[in-house]
Write a protein that binds this ligand. Sequence first.
Ligand code: MUC
Ligand code: MG
Length: 374
Amino acid sequence: MVLPYIESIEAILVDLPTIRAHQLAMTVMNVQTLVIVRLRCSDGIEGLGEATTIGGLSYGEESPEGIKVAIDTYLAPALLGQNAANVLAAVQRMEKAARGNTFAKSALETALLDAQGKRLGVPVSTLLGGAVRDTVPVLWTLASGDTRRDIEEAEALLDARRHDTFKLKIGRRSVAEDVAHVCAIKRALGKRARVTVDVNQAWSESQAAVGIAQLEEAGVDLVEQPVPRAHRTGMARLAARFVIPIMADEAVQGPEDAMAIAREGAADVLAIKIAKSGGLYGALRTAAVGDAAGIALYGGTMLEGSIGSVAAAHAFATLPRLEWGTELFGPLLLVDDVVRERPAYADFSMRLPTGPGLGLAIDEDKLNRYRRDR
Ligand code: MUC
Ligand code: MG
C-alpha cells in the first residue's frame, strides 16, 4: 500500500461580519476572523481545519495573523511530505517544531483528522472512538450591551426552541451595573431558562466575592472565570465559599492546568476548547483529567465558524459526561460562512454532520468573497 503524504498546506485569513456587536469584557466584536486551513494529500484528499480567536490579541496569546505565520513558516514545513494517515505522529512533529501555538496546531490536527475520516469514509467522532450522542446541547450568549435587547433576543430564541440556556458576558462595567443587568434578565426569563455569566477574568477576588453573592441570590446557575487565570488560589477560595458552580475557562488550557485545578479545588466546571488544548486529542486529554477528578465538563468555543465548531462537536460528542453542554453557537453569530452547508441547530442543540471527516465542504465562492487576500 502506498502511504498518502501531506502535499500542501494553505492558511487563509477570512473576515466575516457578526450579526450584531458582541461585547465581551476585553473587546467588542463586529467582525470575526477565521484562519481556515486547507491540507492537501497525495491521494487527492483535502482536509479542512480552523483556528479562530477573539479580538485579535485581546483574548489569547495568538492572533489570526500570527497563527498564519506560525503555520506557513514553522508548522507546515514540519508536516510536508509526512504520512497523512498518521495523525498523532504528525501532532508529535508539530510539538517538536513549535512550543505553544495551540490554536495553529489545533487547526492542522483538525485538517488531518478531516482528511483521514474522508479517506476511511467515517466521521471524525468515529476516529476518536465513537460518538455517544448525535447532538450536543448549545447555549447562546447574550452580549449586545443592552439589557432590553438581550431579553428580547432570549425570548425569541426560547420561542424558536433554539436555546434555553443563556450566557451573559459581563466585566465591562462596574460590578453593581453588571449584577443589575444580569438580575433583570434572570427575572424576565425566570425558570424558563438557565442563566450563566462569563466575567472573562475582569474581577478582583474581593469584587468577585460581592458580585457572586448577589448572582447566587438571584438564581444564576454558574459563574465563568471571575478572576484572572493565574489567580488559582483565589478561584479555589471562591469555589469553596459559594454553592453556585465556578467554571475555569482561561485558567484551563491543557491537561496540566486541569490537573492543577483538580489538586487545588480551583473550579467546579472546566470549559474545554480544542484551540486551547492544541486540538481534539488534547481537548479530550484535558477533559479526561477533569472527569477523573470529579469536575464537571463544558464544551467551550472561541467563536469559530462551522469548521472549528463542528470539529469541537465531534470531540465533545465522544465525552461520556458533558454535564454543562456546550456553547458551540459560533456559526450562528456570523452573517455567513465558508462552507456549503452549516451545521443544523434545533431543539436547543447542534446536530453533528454525519458525512465522512467533519462532514463539511468548502463553498469556493464564499471563501473567495471573504478571504482577506482576495
Ligand atoms: C469565552 O470566554 O468563553 C464564548 C462564548 C462567547 O460569547 O465568547 C466566548 C469566549
Ligand atoms: Mg469564557
